[in-house]
Design a protein around this ligand. Sequence first.
Ligand SMILES: [Zn+2]
Length: 251
Amino acid sequence: MSRGAVCGYTGGMSEGARPYLTVPRLEGLPWLVHGFGTAGWQEEDLRAAAGFERFRPVIMRQVHSDLAHRIDAAPEGRLEGDALMTCVPGLLLVVRTADCLPAFLVDEGNRAVAAVHCGWRGTQERILEKAVQAMARDYGSAPGDMLAALGPCIGSTCYEVGPEVRTSFLRAGFPPSILAECPGGRGRYMLDLRASNIWLLEGLGIRKENILDSGAACTHCELSLLSYRRDRREERRMVNFIGLRPAPGAA
Ligand SMILES: [Zn+2]
């Protein structure tokens, strides 16, 4: 792990490091590019960075839904939804987060990827499950062979929610263990967004060792990451991206 790394992934805000985090297991795939953004990496950086010239970024208007889109070419307008998937080289799938969980799905055998935005609403609507199912349908991806990488999100000790959120998760079939009662009672709960999504992945047959999760970093506690709850700055988000590299010489 390099100096300045948060959460067991490499990169981060230390001098000379890339301003995004990478997952060692995915770094080993030469056909893939990916990164979980930090505070110092915005959309314009992505467009300007060396090595990204041959990629077309695909950026959604995220609406906390369970909508997953298959992307075969850069779309004309801005799509609405919370998951993107592709098997086409040269497209860079982007999800923007500040406390929500960014997740990447990778099917090595079929060379297909997805980027998923998992806020509490999308998680409760099982957006990650919808993305896994969409990859199975469109690319023949078998959950038992898929990798799932989870980026930094707000930690369970910082994510207080009301009883109505707990009720909606339980109604959607999630186990009570993903919510803990707030210290001191008060009828409020602490939501574990990461554990909720890991529970979904495991339920789909994604193997434990293929869930790549650093676990530790909390966007709310870690100042090199953006947190909506901490900063209340509506406009700034971390830019997370994944895509297939274009073949050398391809247009
Ligand atoms: Zn925290």
